[in-house]
Design a protein. Structure first.
Length: 226
């Protein structure tokens, strides 16, 4: 069995509000392996987004250990955490967050250019990703000229541009109508499985969750398997 690319051990998160402490997560443990797609369920406010932020090294846990690609990230300095995010993690959000002044192709090129890859290589890679997402005829379009589903497919391609080992998605189809969500989600699954990326996907959609490899749920501050 492949070694886990995401390991969360004994994760706890407490927020302070004045003199009060708000417990969000407690004793959370989770392993994700290459090519595994895990659905993360839970009602609004349960801690799903907080867990994704911790897994993505965007906020530290109060307790516990985060390992990504066998690197202990828990005590890493900000610069190292940024490096790991850039090289090993892709993020997809409910809202695409594309740069409006750039074309679809340029948006997907951006992570590679930031990572120091040549413009020619970044362009070729972005073109291949967008073509696989069914956007061959939309490469030069800016986000305002794309439909909601097309915008989200560009965002998925951008998240995969740096060949991450881990993909974190927060309601990736939550802003789309049912028919468009189905198309985008199928392409998302195909792309993740084709690249053998480990993916953790927060969603409220039980039907989509059942099509992933397994389901975990945040319940009473803990993570439980369904």
């Amino acid at each position: 069995m492949s070694e886990a690319v995401l390991q969360l051990e004994n994760i706890g998160r407490v927020f302070k509000q004045g003199q009060e402490k708000l417990l969000v997560l407690e004793n959370v443990a989770l392993d994700l392996r290459p090519g595994e797609i895990v659905a993360l369920l839970g009602p609004s406010g349960s801690g799903k987004s907080t867990l994704l932020q911790i897994a993505g090294l965007l906020e530290p846990p109060t307790t516990g250990t985060v390992r990504i690609d066998n690197i202990d990230c828990s005590k890493a300095r900000d610069g190292k955490r940024t490096e790991i995010r850039r090289e090993k993690i892709g993020f997809i959000y409910q809202f695409h967050h594309l740069l409006p002044e750039f074309s679809a192709l340029e948006n997907v090129m951006m992570p590679n250019l930031i990572a120091g890859i040549s413009k020619a290589q970044a362009k070729q890679k972005a073109k291949e990703l967008l073509e696989k997402m069914g956007l061959r005829d939309r490469l030069s379009h800016r986000p305002a000229k794309l439909s909601g589903g097309e915008q989200q497919r560009v965002a998925i391609a951008r998240a995969l541009a740096n060949d991450p080992v881990l993909l974190l998605a927060d309601e990736p189809t939550g802003n789309l109508d049912e028919q468009t969500a189905e198309i985008v989600f199928k392409q998302f699954l195909d792309a993740v499985r084709d690249r053998q990326v480990a993916a953790l996907v927060a969603t409220h959609n039980n039907e989509l969750a059942r099509r992933m490899d397994r389901i975990v749920q945040v319940r009473d501050h803990h993570l439980v398997a369904e």
